[in-house]
Write a protein that binds this ligand. Structure first.
Ligand code: IPE
Ligand code: IPE
Ligand code: MG
Length: 249
């Protein structure tokens, strides 16, 4: 990939994507919404290859939210099949050959079919030792559900309230080894978070693009990274352009 214009020393360590706009993409082409999900899976693979080429160590994608169960049964079934059949079966071996480690975050509740859980476990086990990149798939994921589950785990551990701090919460998230995202990208021109990584994105840079997810390619990822590199991350500090020459005394 053309790295021109990107600073290799300022690559984000973790990029997360809200892959949105599959349905609108399909409708625009006169196709059923499900075709948008199929095309979205192709886009996911291309973006993953792009992240790998850019040397981004952690790439996370929002594939299915805890709210997406509200969709018509047929669409939910199709979405789950796309993830379990295409991504976790056909792509799994390709991703493994590329050295990608596959992980999942989300609730493994009764709504997730057992065969899907099995495929998830198999993909994780197969790719466990890979080191080129970590692809985390947020499946049946909700940021609020994650916090509720963390609170339950902490209370269940019997830890006294006085001992609880931010590190305690972090340790009880679905994947404590996942660093906070530096960059969160949302496609399809929607300016919202939709319950994605609520705890983790406290200081993430947000990039919104009008591109519909099935049209998203590695070039769009590189563009978002370029936008990220132009940002001034402050974490509450005064920043690099303080203008404090004007402050008396
Ligand atoms: C994103 O595309 C896929 C999922 C939410 C799983 P959508 O299906 O939300 O597409 P739009 O937003 O209706 O266009
Ligand atoms: C967010 O997209 C969830 C995923 C991409 C999996 P949605 O399309 O479900 O979000 P809303 O409903 O527009 O907020
Ligand atoms: Mg949507």
């Amino acid at each position: 990939m053309d790295l021109d214009g990107l600073d290799p020393n300022r690559m984000p360590r973790h990029v997360a994507c809200v892959m949105d706009g599959n349905g609108r993409w399909a409708v625009k082409q006169g196709l059923p919404r499900t075709e948008g999900h199929r095309a979205g899976e192709e886009a996911l693979f291309d973006a993953t290859c792009g992240a790998l080429d850019l040397g981004i160590p952690y790439f996370t994608v929002y594939a299915f939210s805890t709210e997406n169960w509200r969709r018509p049964h047929e669409e939910v079934r199709f979405l789950i099949n796309v993830i379990a059949d295409r991504l976790l079966t056909r792509r799994r071996d390709q991703l493994h050959a590329m050295g990608v480690r596959i992980r999942f975050i989300g609730r493994r509740d009764w709504r997730v079919p057992r065969w899907v859980v099995r495929r998830m476990d198999e993909a994780m086990e197969l790719t466990r030792k890979n080191t080129a990149m970590t692809l985390t798939v947020a499946f049946n994921y909700g940021g609020r559900a994650e916090m509720v589950d963390a609170v339950k785990a902490i209370v269940g551990s019997g830890l006294p309230a006085s001992k609880i701090d931010e590190r305690t919460v972090r340790r009880n998230l679905y994947d404590p080894s996942l660093p906070d995202p530096d960059l969160v990208i949302r496609t399809s021109g929607e300016y919202r978070i939709s319950n994605f990584l609520l705890w983790e994105l406290a200081y993430s840079e947000l990039v919104f693009t009008d591109v519909l997810w099935p049209d998203f390619r590695r070039e769009h990822l590189a563009e978002a990274v370029a936008e990220y590199q132009a940002r001034d991350r402050r974490y509450g500090n005064a920043g690099s352009h303080r203008g404090d020459e004007g402050i008396p005394g």
